[in-house]
Design a protein around this ligand. Structure first.
Ligand SMILES: Cc1cc2nc3c(=O)[nH]c(=O)nc-3n(C[C@H](O)[C@H](O)[C@H](O)COP(=O)(O)OP(=O)(O)OC[C@H]3O[C@@H](n4cnc5c(N)ncnc54)[C@H](O)[C@@H]3O)c2cc1C
Length: 476
């Protein structure tokens, strides 16, 4: 793309990266962000001295020397303090059985062998696969050059072997009933995700490539926004874009909610594909493929419900994440649950007052459930309160006294996320591995000078969206 002035809609990862790389390439960019903070989904919020993180479990590119780390350096997000929790997660049953997925692979192997000697061959194969995965990182190739990608080709057969197997199927390889149950859930409790993702993240954590940026997601995003400003980029907060201006089939700027128009040579949208095409372009450029995509909005919001608790309790000795199996299924929000997926932030003391901690429950939920409740503010609020009470009751056996230790709670629903980031009900798309790795921005047929970047068009997590933003403007 060759342009001298570019309007960027949204300061999410894709928009911020496009801005920084644009400024570095001598392009005059302006970012219009509707919220009062940068980061989009990569965010956190503060309540009574506690920081509730809404995003990062694992950030790729934490080790210097990797392609992703180099990108973070260029974006001003690295170097920084990175924390490496000792575990990926811990699965616990009501009977007191616990499987800890340590990031130290020797410790993990010894622990698993101790738990289930009957599974020694399967455990050894698993840990051996993890050791192999410590030697390469497929996802790092996203941020790298074609040469970097070429170097990874020899690992393709290993990746393909594990890429076809889901966590659920993988767990069936274990004979011990507890391991069979637990192993399906150890990667974000996504039993249908390919084992390859799990091996990549756990091995990457073992090798120091994946970590948690101290201070959390918003601080990480803010560092990129600061870098953008230092390069002369203009970031306007509280600036909702209402329309993309198109003249003779070319995007020539944006119109804000207050009616002002900003004319530029081209436009990059970090708003979702749906928002960009349906709202900002007024639905004028729909083709059959887009119509088909938008005809199938996805109701299921994975990790769409966050119950965050600020507690007067030291969580520093707790695992960094937990899958807590319940004695019996319990209805929470829109469905019955037999386990709780918890994040415990005791490993980052900056997120809570001294000696206290943050605990978060993440739940999958349906958009339609909250959309219906959202029509009646009282019912919506009552449901949040009921949810917190139920969650505390379920947590009590494992964390005795926690109910009395809660100093502040917060429930973020899919409606909250949409209000703050514009990311609403999803639209079924099936991002292909190849497209994800190339991280190419999407264009809209009939509109030149417009690129869409971010998760809604196949950006893979925080680094993937940043790479896509970079690809939209680097070297233009
Ligand atoms: C619970 C959760 C956990 C996650 N954990 C991880 C993790 O551990 N590791 C990882 O790599 N990734 C993780 N992700 C994914 C990651 O957060 C996203 O892939 C990434 O942040 C999305 O970036 P994006 O470029 O799509 O922009 P978005 O985050 O979608 O931001 C878009 C921005 O555009 C703004 N905007 C939208 N419309 C307009 C408009 N009309 N006018 C002006 N501004 C507008 C929004 O306010 C927002 O700031 C997680 C996501 C979630 C939800």
């Amino acid at each position: 793309m060759s342009a001298h002035t570019v309007a960027i809609i949204g300061a999410g990862m894709g928009g911020l990266a496009a801005g920084v790389y644009g400024q570095l390439a001598g392009v005059e960019t302006t970012i219009f962000e509707m919220h009062d903070k940068p980061g989009g989904l990569c965010t956190a919020w503060t309540r009574k001295g506690y920081t509730f993180d809404g995003c990062i479990h694992h950030l790729a590119g934490c080790r210097s020397g990797t392609s992703t780390y180099r990108m973070w350096e260029e974006l001003g997000a690295m170097p920084r303090e990175v924390l490496y929790p000792a575990d990926l997660t811990q699965v616990e049953t009501p009977e007191g059985k616990a499987l800890t997925i340590y990031t130290d692979l020797d410790r993990l192997e010894a622990h698993m062998l101790d738990l289930a000697p009957i599974d020694a061959p399967a455990i050894r194969r698993y840990v051996q696969a993890l050791r192999t995965f410590t030697r390469f990182d497929l996802f790092d190739a996203m941020a790298g050059t074609w040469r970097d990608r070429g170097r990874l080709v020899r690992h393709a057969p290993t990746a393909m072997k594990w890429g076809r197997l889901t966590m659920r199927k993988f767990a069936e390889r274990f004979k011990d009933p507890f391991l069979r149950q637990a192993m399906a859930t150890v990667q974000y409790d996504w039993p249908d995700t390919p084992v390859m993702l799990h091996l990549g993240i756990l091995a990457g954590s073992a090798a120091g490539r994946y970590g948690f940026p101290a201070g959390g997601s918003l601080r990480f995003a803010q560092a990129i926004a600061d870098r953008y400003a230092s390069l002369g980029g203009e970031l306007h907060y509280g600036s909702r874009v209402e329309g993309i201006l198109v003249k003779k089939g070319h995007a020539i700027g944006v119109r804000l909610a207050d009616g002002t128009e900003h004319l530029t040579d081209s436009v990059i949208s970090n708003a979702t594909l749906h928002t960009t095409v349906q709202r900002l372009l007024g639905g004028d450029y729909l083709n059959d493929r887009l119509r088909a995509t938008f005809a199938r909005p996805q109701d299921e919001m994975v990790m769409g419900l966050h119950v965050s608790l600020g507690v007067a309790r030291d969580l520093s000795g707790e695992p960094h994440a937990m899958v807590l199996w319940l004695p019996e299924p319990v209805k929470l929000a829109d469905r019955s649950r037999d386990r709780l997926d918890l994040e415990l932030f005791g490993f980052d003391p900056s997120l809570a007052p001294p000696g206290k901690g943050v605990l978060k429950l993440l739940l999958d939920t349906k958009w339609s459930y909250w959309a219906e409740l959202g029509r009646d503010r009282d019912r919506y609020q009552a449901e949040k309160e009921h949810l917190v009470e139920s969650v505390l009751r379920l947590l009590e056996p494992r964390f005795p006294g926690i109910t009395g230790q809660v100093e502040v709670w917060d429930v973020a629903t899919p409606l909250t996320t949409e209000r703050y980031t514009g990311v609403g009900p999803g639209y079924v798309s099936s991002p292909q591995w190849g497209a994800m790795m190339l991280a190419r921005p999407t264009t809209v047929p009939g509109v030149r000078g417009l690129q869409i970047v971010g998760q809604s068009v196949g950006g893979a997590g925080i680094p993937g969206c940043a790479v896509m933003g970079r690809n939209a403007l680097r070297g233009s």
